[in-house]
Design a protein around this ligand. Structure first.
Ligand SMILES: Cc1ncc(COP(=O)(O)O)c(C=O)c1O
Length: 390
């Protein structure tokens, strides 16, 4: 039988991480030491209280039933966290859990876009920012994040006709992959712009706990008028090292949350209850681990920038997220070529910038998922390979 797939499938290529992973396996088989800075999975452990809460819940057969909705303790924990951490007051009907921000971003567009409605997304961007609206049939327009602007969205660079046409804009700081945070003054400007052009803001706040050099993580919802214009995704994946548990929240505008919940009830039965209990325990834990992990990320990025720099590859210091984003040597035709050569010659694996769209070409992303000692070893491997010598 000839199976004819949907045209939308032509939009997708084999994931870069699959390609890198295959190559990594080959290198390991050859006995080569590899240093994988490609995937953004923290190497830190979850809160102990979180693991214990999950285990306890998993001993109760009733907790294996469909969850259907968020348990009240979870909603309360989110309300408490937003108040303590960001000074934001929330009500229960402004919150819904999602099975990770990735899933939430993949589906929220289905509540917002009719075919060909315009969605503005950053370039370069974390891929689901573009794929989510695309799956909803939206027409994508890019706004370009520029190194010379510290990757801050320049609202004046969006042409007026596009701003008037746009139904929603995806914004995310601290930003992946460009590893930049913004100053708080950014958000009131964004909200005023959204009101002027009647554009819904979808803010992804995966990295508010990872900011450096005087930048403070905050919430889009901490600014006046935010709830009128949009919602924020906030994931426990990175802040609480729960990437595999798949829990995050969509928070903000009541109407959007209500419609999103209506949509979700058609396709999902809620987050697995033991995971909900694990999230409650995480959110109610003291912030010590978050603070310690931030310090460790800060140390790693400083060591990486210094050691890789001395090995011949200047890596720019990031201001936010768990990544570093930097230029590749000019001698390479593409970031893909560079990544493959680097991997082959040094065992160091990074993500080519082109994985985040055309605007990422010429750059590479490094995840801060190795200890300081391993970063130093990786730098030594780079130095010894001579790959950066002219
Ligand atoms: C900006 C951004 N948003 C969302 C996610 C995915 O979060 P989650 O694990 O909650 O799906 C990531 C993961 O790397 C990310 O970098």
């Amino acid at each position: 039988m000839e199976i004819k797939f949907a045209d939308r499938m032509n939009h997708f290529k084999d994931g870069i991480f699959t390609v890198l992973n295959e190559k990594k396996r080959e290198l390991i088989k050859e006995g080569k030491k590899v240093y994988d800075f490609s995937v953004g999975t923290p190497d830190f452990v979850p809160e102990k209280a979180s693991m214990e809460a999950l285990l306890e819940a998993a001993h109760d057969p009733a907790k294996f039933k469909y969850a259907i909705a968020d348990i009240p303790e979870l909603t309360e924990a989110v309300i408490g966290w937003y108040k303590r951490r960001y000074g934001v007051d929330l009500e229960a009907d402004e919150i819904t859990s999602v099975n990770g921000s990735q899933e939430g971003l993949a589906h929220i567009g289905l509540t917002l876009f009719n075919p060909d409605d315009v969605c503005l997304v950053p370039a370069p961007c974390y891929p689901i920012f573009e794929i989510g609206p695309f799956l909803s049939g939206a027409h994508i327009e890019y706004y370009h994040l520029k190194e010379e602007n510290n990757y801050e969205l320049d609202l004046d660079s969006i042409p007026e006709d596009i701003a008037y046409k746009a139904k929603a804009i995806l914004v995310s700081y601290p930003a992946n992959p460009v590893s930049a945070a913004v100053r708080p003054e950014f958000y009131p400007k964004l909200i005023a712009w959204a009101k002027k052009y009647n554009v819904i803001v979808i803010h992804d706040n995966a990295y508010s706990e990872m900011t450096f050099d005087g930048y403070e993580g905050t919430s889009f919802l901490a600014f006046e008028g935010a709830k009128e214009v949009g919602v924020e995704f906030n994931s426990l994946s990175k802040a609480y090292n729960l990437t595999g548990a798949r829990i995050s929240f969509c928070i903000g505008n009541k109407q959007i949350i209500s419609e999103f919940k209506k949509l979700r009830s058609q396709i999902d039965y809620g987050v697995f209850l033991p995971v909900q209990y694990a999230a409650v325990a995480a959110l109610n834990s003291p912030m010590d681990n978050i603070i310690n992990n931030r310090e460790e990320y800060r140390r790693r990025r400083e060591v990486l920038s210094k050691e890789f720099g001395e090995a011949g590859w200047p890596v720019k210091l990031s201001t936010g997220s768990m990544f570093m984003w930097t230029r590749i040597p000019e001698k390479y035709k593409s970031s893909n070529d560079f990544v493959m050569d680097l991997m082959e010659k040094t065992g160091v694996i990074v993500t080519p910038g082109s994985a985040f769209g055309e605007d990422g070409e010429g750059y590479a992303r490094l995840a801060l998922t190795h200890s300081v000692e391993e970063i130093k070893e990786a730098a030594k491997a780079i130095k010894e390979s001579g790959i950066f010598s002219k």
